[in-house]
Design a protein around this ligand. Structure first.
Ligand code: FES
Ligand code: FES
Length: 934
């Protein structure tokens, strides 16, 4: 009881005593302080994460006398005299330790932001129930959200935790690729020692808080800022646009850069920063933004695409006519004639909404000024891009900016754009003191980028025997107030909107349109998931019209090695889409049979359906350079330093890139020391986006590994076929029974401090696209197909996904466990996109109202890995990150049509929309049949 707890606090001394992980602690916090805050800030137990501070995400779950609670909702005064267990204490219990190991072997931790909460919640279950079933596990972890894994590996890790742990994979030299190696950064994630953006605070750091527009569009005027600072002891400075010493304009694509750090006179979207207050942490935390001296004048805002395009609409950026940021275009053949001559045509119009990334870790970091240099440690997907923008903003050379990425608690594209970094940089620069900034969940949601809402119209035609002839596709994307990745979406979608099929006559035209809403940016797929929703549903309609099986229609039209894509590119090798569809054929046929049988027997409101969708996705930038450079160094002690700058946001690049490099070099994995993503220590490996790290950075790592191997062989005059053994302080080279050694201890060190350094750069070969979008925009594509089996409650309008079977051509599965993790996580995000996720700026800006799938929403996922090697990828590998999300939503929506015969024009298929569409379809049937009853 609360009163008892309060009595156990020592009222005289103002302290609260309790036990944490078996250790007695006494804190002097206010009894009403959140337990999560005390654990993190006072006891330095930062394994407990804070994702929302509102009881919605479960990241802060700890055990209170053995029961799981959200530490953000428990006042520390309530735990006086009690025992708290955090993730850091789990190793002390056999259950906790086994769970941690099971999470590692199952690949149940990706970014790791939810992992502490998951482990703690699962420990509470297993302590009471040694052999839970799947639904008991789902219940136990149901309050902890994960945005990366799709939960299946977590569920399996909990189910298997009590069984004997599978032996860890420990591959021999040259045998790492293809192994289910435990992720190299996994231990820190399950122990809670991983450092995320909010997990470190330099001594004496001031706090930064942004003042943001409450309106979608508003003019504003500041009051007396100097007096405000003067009247508020503990506030050290207020920063506004006039405090930007360099160019107050940044953006992820320099040619389209248009975003100021602080709005100038007019805020273009709700959540845009107009000022930042810097001060003592307690003062900043207590600051009421409503007391800040600014007067807002709300202006009419453009929120919809049509309003923004309307003649006479105010321009959001004066230099962008009609509020169009950019147009995309791919044209091939004569689409109008082909459609006119087609035996069968189908058309449709589809709309999708904003989707919030909802990673569990809100943006956070700190900065400090060192002379004329600035250092920023923060969560980011793109350290070198951050470096360049911060240098521009501060007006200093890029070399004077150091970006140190922390672990990233999920990014999915949004952490490619700057968030806390410019505020931190400016505050540290002007005050010459360390500063820290941590976004609240609401701040994260209102100010960071989203998936583009899309409005798509399309028409396709095929011959009587099902051969696709033409597709005419147009799409407008609501890109919000600033460009962010709008140009990329507008350029990438026309290349992909055909799907992975041969379409001889094609026209795809896109526009990214500015509105006064939060900027839309990169979100796993850059617009391709939206396009696939429209195109894959339309192809089902075509198949139905020609009376073909929907899978066979796709197989008939699937791209081959020698068929040109809609940009005229012929891949020559490695086009594995047909193999993906064919792998699904027996499962499709069985699922169709079972579904028909269920529907023929059922008498209640439930109906089942099966849906299929295909996917392709070009890895890397569209027709633009995107090189990665990897450096490796052989040390005197025989260890190998791998400098790879690809930021691992949970997808596993730390592990994958090392596996590739190890095999290219011929060294065992445990010889490697990994140096990741620090602009002062690693060469530029580009951004973690566009499914490029396995391919591009992996290829650079392969080249660097090969180069080092050749350098060693050259020194001992060995031939290429010799085997190399890396040992302590020496390398032994064996060739035809003869062993030659290289004593490393005496060798001179080079500029990098190594006895031998190898550095390699790989930039995927692409060509620019001509006026009609013809050319080779990507060096390789990943391919895949998903089959969804669903059950619809026709009375409630609810859709339950029963199973997803996912076949992906990954070229070469470098680490099957990590690939499955990407697929399962992609399925979960696709399911959310299809059925529940839609963000409305100004409404539901939290994880309570904005729903993402929880453990109970996710069906079993069967992954089938196809290996049709790319001639250019490292060991044949292709990317998988974005690919995994694309076909899920269209497969579910096709299954919905299969089950109840409806096509929703507006996605997601929420119960109200599904129910309304079912009623409308029923009414139409009754009118058609003249049935007026009921
Ligand atoms: S931080 Fe406590 S539930 Fe999200
Ligand atoms: S691993 Fe669960 S949120 Fe990233």
């Amino acid at each position: 009881m609360a009163t008892t707890r309060e009595l156990q606090a020592d009222v005289d001394t103002g302290t609260i005593a309790f036990s944490v992980n078996g250790r007695s602690v006494v804190v002097s916090s206010s009894p009403s302080q959140r337990l999560s805050r005390v654990l993190r800030d006072e006891l330095n137990l930062t394994g407990t994460k804070v994702g929302c501070d509102a009881g919605d995400c479960g990241a802060c779950t700890v055990l209170l006398d053995g029961e799981p609670v959200c530490a953000c909702l428990v006042a520390v005064g309530q735990v006086a005299g009690n025992e708290i267990t955090t993730v850091e204490g789990l190793q002390q219990s056999p259950t906790g330790a086994r769970l941690q190991q099971s999470f590692l072997t199952h690949g149940a931790a990706q970014c790791g932001a939810c992992t502490p909460g998951m482990l703690v919640a699962a420990t509470a279950l297993l302590d009471k129930n040694h052999a839970p079933n799947e639904s008991e596990v789902m219940d136990a972890i149901g309050g902890v959200l994960c945005r990366c894994t799709g939960y299946r590996k977590i569920i399996n890790a909990v189910l298997d935790a009590q069984s004997t742990a599978a032996p860890e994979v420990s591959p021999e030299s040259g045998n790492a690729v293809g192994q289910r190696l435990i992720r190299l950064d996994g231990k820190k994630k399950v122990e809670g020692s991983e450092i995320f953006g909010a997990d470190e605070t330099p001594a004496g750091a001031l706090a930064v808080r942004a003042i943001r527009s409450p309106h979608h569009r508003a003019r504003f005027q500041f009051g007396d800022l100097d007096s405000f600072v003067h009247d508020h002891p503990g506030i050290h400075a207020i920063l506004t646009a006039k405090d930007v010493p360099g160019r107050d304009c940044y953006g992820v694509i320099p040619r389209f850069a248009d975003q100021p750090v602080f709005a100038h006179n007019e805020a273009r979207h709700r959540g845009e920063a107009v000022a930042a207050v810097v001060g003592d942490p307690a003062i900043i935390e207590a600051l009421d933004p409503a007391s800040f001296p600014v007067v807002w004048e709300e202006l009419p805002a453009l929120k919809e695409i049509d309003a923004a395009l309307a003649p006479g609409a105010p321009r959001i950026h004066t230099n962008r006519e009609e509020n169009v940021l950019v147009r995309g275009r791919v044209v091939r053949g004569d689409v109008d004639r082909a459609l006119a001559e087609a035996d069968v045509t189908a058309e449709g119009e589809y709309e999708t909404g904003f989707v919030e990334h909802a990673y569990i870790e809100p943006e956070a970091g700190f900065a400090r000024r060192i002379g004329d240099h600035i250092e920023i440690q923060a969560c980011t997907q793109s350290p070198y891009m951050d470096r360049s923008d911060i240098a521009t903003i501060l007006g200093i050379p890029p070399e004077n900016v150091r970006i140190i990425p922390t672990a990233v608690g999920g990014g999915f594209g949004a952490k490619l754009d700057l968030s806390v970094q410019p505020f931190l940089a400016l505050a540290a620069w002007h005050l010459a003191k360390p500063v820290r900034m941590v976004y609240s969940r609401i701040e994260s949601i209102i100010s960071t980028t989203k998936r583009h809402p899309a409005r798509m119209r399309l028409r396709a035609g095929c011959s009587r025997d099902g051969k696709l002839l033409a597709l005419d596709f147009t799409a407008d994307f609501n890109t919000g107030a600033y460009s962010s990745w709008g140009p990329t979406v507008a350029a990438r979608v026309p290349v992909h909107a055909s799907g992975p099929y041969y379409v001889p006559h094609y026209r795809a035209l896109t526009r990214a349109v500015h509105t006064n809403l939060v900027p839309a940016g990169a979100f796993r797929g850059f617009g391709v998931p939206q396009a696939a929703i429209a195109q894959e549903q339309l192809y089902d309609d075509l198949a139905d019209r020609v009376g073909m099986d929907r899978l066979e229609f796709r197989i008939l039209n699937a791209l081959d090695d020698d068929t040109p894509t809609v940009t005229g590119q012929v891949m020559g090798e490695g086009v594995g889409i047909r193999a993906c569809f064919e792998a699904l054929r027996p499962k499709w046929q069985a699922a169709r049979r079972q579904t028909a049988e269920f529907n023929s027997k059922t008498t209640g409101p439930l109906r089942r359906g099966v849906g299929m969708a295909g996917m392709w996705y070009g890895c890397g930038n569209t027709s633009l350079p995107n090189p990665s450079t990897v450096r490796i160094g052989l040390k005197r002690d025989g260890r190998i330093a791998l400098h790879q700058g690809a930021v691992d946001i949970g997808q596993g690049s730390n592990t994958i890139v090392t596996q590739i490099c190890a095999d290219a070099l011929g060294a065992p994995i445990d010889r490697f020391d990994l140096i990741s993503g620090d602009t002062a220590l690693t060469p530029d490996c580009g951004k973690t986006s566009a499914s490029r790290q396995t391919f591009v950075t992996g290829k650079a790592a392969h080249m660097a590994g090969t180069q080092l191997r050749n350098a060693v062989l050259a020194l001992v005059k060995g031939c290429a076929c010799a085997s190399i053994q890396f040992e302590d302080s020496r390398v032994a080279v064996q060739e035809k029974g003869e062993i030659r050694t290289l004593a490393l201890g005496d060798m001179p060190l080079d500029n990098h401090g190594y006895v031998i350094t190898a550095e390699a750069t790989f930039d995927p070969p692409t060509s620019s696209l001509d006026h009609d979008g013809q050319g080779s925009p990507y060096a390789l594509f990943g391919f895949g197909a998903h089959m969804a089996e669903i059950e619809v409650d026709t009375e409630l309008g609810t859709v339950r996904v029963l199973k997803v079977t996912a076949a992906h051509d990954v070229g070469r599965a470098i680490n099957p466990t990590l690939i499955e993790g990407q697929i399962e996580g992609g399925v979960a995000q696709g399911l959310g996109m299809a059925l529940m996720e839609e963000f409305f700026p100004g409404r539901g800006e939290n994880l309570h109202d904005y729903l993402i799938p929880s453990a109970g929403d996710i069906p079993p996922v069967e992954s089938i890995l196809i290996e049709d090697p790319s001639p250019i990828g490292p060991f044949g590998a292709k990317g998988i990150g974005e690919q995994a999300v694309i076909p899920t939503a269209p497969a579910i929506l096709n299954a919905l049509h299969d089950a109840v015969g409806i096509r929703l024009r507006k996605i997601p298929a929420t119960p109200d929309r599904v129910r309304a569409a079912i009623l409308a379809a029923q009414a139409k049937t009754k009118i058609k049949t003249g049935d007026r009853r009921g």
